[in-house]
Design a protein around this ligand. Structure first.
Ligand SMILES: Cc1ncc(COP(=O)(O)O)c(C=O)c1O
Length: 486
């Protein structure tokens, strides 16, 4: 706690000053490196390739085609402008009924019709980012805690904690069982927290997982749900990658497990978004789906801080209601993700690099433990600096996901075209063969000039992007700190 005198003379609030945004992380440093020198196939072929961005850009052509074929869905066409006035006027925070209906149906479709969603429980927010913060505001007070299996999505530290004052308690999953979440780990984390007098309000799961690219089995979900029921804890499931599953096992939603497991529905909440499944992060469509009426009411009131614009709702209501299109989109999108995933996994395998066997998501979990000087977080950072600076790939180190075991890196594969993937694989090939030429010393890169130093969380100036030289190809329009959230 700051001394009262500091607080009194400070121009900004404690929250504004407390660094809770989490920008001092290698996850964000990698973005700066990319932003400083972004790859472009012709204009900057030696630039950094962005593999730290969990965006799904593989099926834009399908959406573009749909937009062209459906001019009445947009108010910006001669055919659709007739709806302009309806869309332009002030909306209440319930959102357009047709949008809520369409998204509820879409969520059910993504879960293969095994569950249905009630449009009256759909609460909108600005992306899953806004949705999860709103939900946490509804469920917990400053100082309360949620258990989260790690490795987990780094921006949870910002989204769930910064403004709410809530704590996250990671419980570690590791390579000994392929990073599966177990009930035993959760029980032990819970017991320790209780012993430390921490008020645990719930558990937060991401299913399928970012960064692991795997989904939770029905058995695991059932055991975790039973545990939270027994302890009267909230179960929050972030299911924003539910339609990115490209091979078996199929995705199981907590909504499905609830139907078959003894539980208290008032304690179960789903976070959803169209950012990953439809590849529309710019639309900022986030959903809170709670089975608790009080949470629905409160979240709806709070949603006025981050509504989805009626223009987006109008377009999406129409697109999501087109069942023929949605069917085709989901199938083709998952086929393309699977194909891309296989290509990257194969390419890495040829260089002796293994990945956790994944079946979902927009990324894979790459195992570079054999390239670490020693199994420590510092060695992981050292290797990561080389990958950014010499290999010029922005992959994200496991430590930024609170991974307990050094040597793993998240590699995003769906935010680029085929050519860029091949360039990235070629760079890895050269990197590995440079190591092989050095005979026994496969970790030859250790001897190179590692000028970059992010230790003590100060970035090397050469990696920080001065706004004025930012490439027009950069996906980071302002600061990556503002933008980075994937
Ligand atoms: C697990 C998870 N939750 C939430 C988000 C934020 O999504 P949105 O763009 O909808 O705010 C992301 C983005 O990467 C994510 O991976």
């Amino acid at each position: 706690m700051e001394p009262a005198s500091v607080r009194k003379h400070s121009l900004l609030s404690m929250i504004a000053r407390n660094g809770g945004h989490g920008e001092h992380s290698p996850y964000f440093d990698g973005w700066k490196a990319y932003d400083r020198n972004p790859f472009h196939p012709t204009q900057n072929p030696d630039g950094v390739i962005q593999m730290g961005l969990a965006e799904n850009q593989l099926s834009f052509d399908l959406i573009e085609e749909w937009i062209k074929n459906n001019p009445t869905a947009s108010i910006c066409t001669p055919d659709g402008v007739g709806k302009f006035k309806d869309v332009a006027i002030f909306q209440d925070y319930h959102g357009l009924p047709e949008f809520r209906q369409a998204i509820a149906k879409f969520m059910g479709r993504v879960r293969r019709g095994k569950v249905t969603f009630d449009p009256d429980r759909i609460v909108m927010s600005g992306g899953a980012t806004g949705a999860s913060e709103t939900l946490i505001f509804c469920l917990a007070d400053p100082g309360d805690a949620f258990l989260v299996p790690s490795p987990y999505y780094p921006a949870f530290d910002r989204d769930l904690r910064w403004r709410t004052g809530v704590r996250l308690i990671p419980f570690a999953c590791d390579s000994t069982n392929n990073f599966q979440v177990t009930l035993a780990q959760m029980e032990s984390a819970y017991a320790k927290a209780i012993e430390a007098n921490i008020n645990v309000k719930g558990v937060i799961l991401t299913n399928p997982s970012n960064p692991l690219g795997i989904n939770l089995s029905k058995e695991t979900l059932t055991s975790l749900l039973s545990f939270t029921f027994e302890k009267n804890l909230h179960m929050v499931c972030d299911e924003i990658y539910s339609a990115t599953v490209f091979k078996s096992p199929a995705f199981t939603s907590i909504a499905e497990v609830m139907q078959e497991t003894e539980c208290n529905p008032d304690l179960v909440h789903i976070i959803y978004s169209l950012s990953k499944d439809m590849g529309l992060p710019g639309f900022r469509v986030g959903i809170i789906y709670s089975y608790n009426d009080q949470v629905v009411n409160c979240a709806r009131k709070m949603s006025s801080f981050g509504l989805v614009s009626s223009q987006s709702q109008h377009l999406l209501a129409s697109m999501l209601s087109d069942e023929v299109f949605i069917e085709k989109f989901l199938e083709e999108n998952s086929r393309r993700l699977g194909k891309r995933h296989s290509r990257v996994v194969e390419g890495l395998k040829q260089e002796g690099i293994n990945c956790l066997e994944g079946n979902a998501g927009l990324f894979l979990w790459m195992d570079l433990r054999h390239l670490l000087k020693e199994p420590t977080p510092d060695a992981e950072m050292e290797l990561w600096r080389v990958i950014i600076k010499d290999v010029k790939l922005n992959v994200s180190p496991g430590s930024s996901f609170h991974c307990p075991e050094p040597g793993f890196f998240r590699v995003c594969f769906a935010n680029m075209d085929d050519h860029t993937v091949e360039v990235a694989l070629q760079r890895i090939r050269e990197f590995v063969s440079r190591g092989n030429k050095n005979g026994d010393d496969k970790k030859h890169w250790r001897k190179r000039d590692l000028r970059l130093s992010f230790t003590s969380r100060k970035c090397d100036e050469s990696l920080i992007s001065p706004r004025q030289i930012m490439s027009p190809h950069s996906p980071v329009p302002q600061s990556p700190l503002v933008r980075a959230r994937t």
